[in-house]
Design a protein around this ligand. Structure first.
Ligand SMILES: *Cc1c(COP(=O)(O)O)cnc(C)c1O
Length: 419
């Protein structure tokens, strides 16, 4: 048989046992419209392995209790599991200590916490905040709110036609009024992997704080917050095989120590009277109220899953899927890939001449293929590329080239129907 040297083989060339991996995900066994589910909407939320589902349900089934307050056995077990999860998150991104790991509802809440508790007390009218043109709304709107509240100014770091950050332009934008740079590590709308380490180094030189949106990085690459050199790092468990409604803010301890609490209530105090209230130590100072205990435990289990599977093996497999799909999609008439950055993550956003993204999504759904269509919570990206919306496929560890073939066939049907 003749093989075209430029076309990737169907079978993955990586060490990941994808069949065994798929067997860990109950939902992958189901059908949609009578067809096997092909789930390619992982950048919106990934599926959960049985180990994560069991960790969550096991908490409710076997030792449900509130944390940190009880002297009874169940509370001790719940507290151990909750704090054990915090240690897994710490180790998962190499934070210095669990005092630097604040559980939040996710990336969105983590960014808002930094905006309101870190930056708000430090910012003056006319001070400047820089974010990139490829940010998710969760790393734009909290800063816009802060600007409205304080008279600060939001400035945008430009990108190029491939969807890459223009670091030189960033250097030009930095002034003595710049207080903070917000940057997405891996773009959910484009797949771009940003030079976070380089940007953080630049920021540090100018004494500017950095907030990195890591929602799309932690599922796909090894993240080391110390090596990156950022001040704050945000993530969401549900993007990385964990539960919804839980995530974390990793912050430098000295910054977190100096920050006022964000929300008041239980858990975050040591003593309350009507004359004076003293706050709890890190990380509890920022965790008012009963936390999402089951979610945190599931978050810890998600890191266990990533470690057991191997993040490098996942990255290699996903890169193969990305290349396989990209080669075939590039050959489709009228298809334009939005986001072609060097070394991008496993996301392919695209438009098809003469077809609305929503219609494409609806048609491929009939084949059991789940893709996302719309603005992907990154409307400025759509404005930059001058498109109303894109369709997007995004890959996870359990996806296969066979699934990509199913998608491509469904896409071909959509194309013939819509053109
Ligand atoms: C999903 C996502 C977010 C928001 O995460 P939430 O879990 O909804 O808070 C932020 N940034 C990026 C890049 C994302 O993909």
């Amino acid at each position: 048989m003749m093989m075209n040297a430029h076309v990737l083989p169907k079978q993955p060339v990586t060490g990941l046992d994808v069949a065994a991996l798929r067997a860990q995900f109950p939902v992958l066994k189901r059908e949609v419209h009578g067809k096997p589910l092909v789930y390619l909407d992982n950048a919106a939320t990934a599926q959960r392995p049985a180990s994560v589902i069991d960790a969550v349900s096991g908490f409710y089934r076997d030792y449900n209790a509130n944390v940190h307050r009880g002297v009874h056995q169940l509370s001790a077990e719940a507290s151990d599991a909750f704090e054990g999860a915090r240690e897994r998150v710490r180790a998962g991104v190499n934070a210095r200590s669990t005092r630097e790991v604040i559980f939040t509802r996710g990336t969105t809440e983590a960014v808002n916490l930094v905006a309101q508790s870190y930056l708000r007390p430090r910012i003056q009218p006319g001070d400047e905040i820089l974010v990139s043109h490829m940010e998710h709304h969760s790393n734009i709107v909290p800063w816009q709110l802060l600007c409205e509240q304080t008279g600060a100014v939001l400035k945008v770091i430009p990108i190029n036609e491939r969807g890459e950050l223009l670091v030189d332009e960033l250097e030009n934008l930095i002034s003595d009024r710049t207080r903070l740079i917000g940057l997405v590590h891996v773009s959910n709308a484009l797949g771009t992997v940003n030079p976070v380490q380089q940007v953080c180094e630049l920021a540090r030189k100018h004494d500017i704080a950095t907030v990195i949106d890591g929602a799309q990085a932690t599922p796909h690459v090894a993240v080391d917050v110390q090596a990156l050199g950022c001040d704050f790092y945000c993530m969401s468990a549900h993007k990385m095989y964990g539960p919804t409604g839980i995530g974390a803010l990793i912050g430098r301890e000295e910054l977190l120590e100096a920050m006022p609490p964000w929300q008041g209530g239980g858990e975050m105090i040591t003593r309350v009277s009507f004359d004076e209230t003293t706050y709890n130590v890190l990380p509890h100072k920022f965790e008012a109220g009963t936390p999402n205990i089951a979610g945190a435990i599931g978050f810890g289990a998600a890191f266990d899953f990533l470690n057991a599977t191997g993040i490098d093996a996942i990255a290699e497999h996903e890169h193969h899927l990305l290349q396989y799909a990209t080669e075939r999609m590039q050959a489709i008439d009228g298809l334009r890939i939005i986001g072609t950055a060097e070394g991008k993550g496993p996301v392919i956003a695209f438009t098809l001449d003469g077809a609305h993204a929503n219609d494409i999504g609806t048609i491929v759904d009939q084949f059991g293929v789940a893709i996302r269509t719309g603005h992907h919570c990154a409307m400025p990206v759509m404005q930059f590329f001058n498109v109303p919306a894109t369709a997007r496929v995004s890959f996870a560890a359990y996806n296969t080239t066979d699934e990509i073939d199913v998608f491509l066939n469904a896409l071909e049907t959509a194309r013939t129907m819509l053109l």
